[in-house]
Design a binder for this molecule. Structure first.
Ligand code: ZN
Ligand code: ZN
Length: 363
């Protein structure tokens, strides 16, 4: 059986998405049908729209959704209709070496499923591909139960949806990947939605000095609201690195790159303490990029570490939603625009122009 659902479909790279009705298949074994309530617009969706991620078209993007369970397939014991859920884009099969390690979120099913390219969506009998197995730019979708996390129903959905990706990527990078320690010093390079969440994570971890670095001085108020104690404008006369040294003369304990520029990760490393500084790569780097690091940067003890989805597992998403409900952090200054699905293209325009930190589609 299939049913008709409304979706924003990307038919080709560098084209506006179009709102059409597509066919959605029923959930198979281990799968769950969800009706989305809200979904955030993320830079990774934009990368696909730009044709940079080798994704197949036509495609339904969207991976920052929150919704309700409609129905479940066979062998799904953990979820039932009307459960409030967030799909997390990395599955958690619980059986592979990565899942069992307790250390990472890189389940082998993630790569396997992306290679298998299965999709619950079709249009005129032809497959419509789905990004990351989620497809929250459709009002309903079918996802694997091992990607779902049950979340607090009192969390406001127009903001909590962003915990599915951007917020978890940022707070996780600070609290899980880097494990920022109380009283430490932190620099965050690039304070868009993810960078601001790294700042929030550093604050939650009790960092004493949090330096937000961005080329756009207009980002200072949001950075301060997130917990930044200092703001450094990059790209001006005085190099950002020198400004950071005036605040943290020995270099910061932790430096985060949140833009996706190899040179900026090198700059982050250079800004860190030569004895124990940790530079964390959070931004998605261009395909095939290499990291230009003078070997001397590492010889005295610094380290570079990558962070994918903040090192979080799906359970961490539920934990971050609980913290959000408790008021540990606010998303008031992160979710700046709310749109109907029909205006989704305008949402991406506002992301690119910098007018919006995060836009959210409300169904
Ligand atoms: Zn994302
Ligand atoms: Zn696994």
């Amino acid at each position: 059986m299939t049913q008709k659902v409304r979706a924003a479909v990307a038919f080709a790279p560098n084209e506006s998405m179009r709102i059409v009705e597509v066919d959605l298949a029923d959930p198979g074994p281990g799968q769950v049908m969800i009706r989305f309530i809200a979904t955030g617009l993320c830079h990774s969706d934009q990368h696909v729209l730009d044709g940079h991620m080798g994704h197949k078209f036509p495609a339904i993007l969207g991976h920052e959704g929150i919704g309700e369970v409609v129905s479940v397939g066979a062998d799904v014991a953990d979820f039932q209709p009307s459960d409030r859920v967030i799909p997390f884009l990395v599955p958690d099969c619980g059986r592979c070496a990565f899942c069992r390690s307790g250390r990472t979120n890189l389940c082998v099913e993630f790569g396997k499923r992306r290679a298998a390219d299965a999709t619950p969506f079709s249009l005129d009998g032809k497959p419509v591909h789905v990004f990351m197995g989620i497809g929250s730019f459709a009002e309903m979708s079918v996802v694997h139960a091992d990607m779902l996390v049950k979340v607090d129903e009192t969390a406001r959905t127009d903001q909590a949806c962003c915990i599915a990706c951007g917020v978890t990527t940022g707070i996780g990078a600070a609290t899980i990947t880097a494990n920022v320690q109380p009283g430490s010093s932190v620099a965050v390079f690039g304070v868009g939605g993810v960078g601001l969440s790294v700042v929030q994570g550093a604050r939650l971890a009790g960092a004493g000095t949090i330096i937000a670095v961005d080329r756009n001085p207009d980002k200072e108020p949001a950075a301060r609201l997130s917990g930044a104690t200092h703001f450094v404008t990059a790209g001006g006369e005085e190099p950002a690195g020198r400004q950071i040294r005036r605040i943290a003369p020995m270099g910061v304990d932790y430096a985060f790159e949140c833009v996706g520029m190899p040179q900026l990760l090198t700059d982050a490393l250079a800004a860190s303490n030569p004895g124990w500084g940790l530079a964390v790569g959070v931004g998605i780097m261009p395909d095939g990029a290499t990291l230009p690091v003078p070997a001397g940067y590492l010889s005295s003890g610094r380290a570079v570490k990558g962070s994918y989805m903040g090192g979080a597992k799906r359970q961490d998403v539920g934990r971050f939603v609980d913290m959000f409900v408790k008021g540990d952090f606010s998303l008031d200054h992160i979710v700046t625009h709310r749109l109907p699905l029909e205006e989704i293209n305008r949402g991406f325009d506002m992301m690119l122009s910098g007018e919006a930190v995060r836009s959210v589609v409300i169904y």
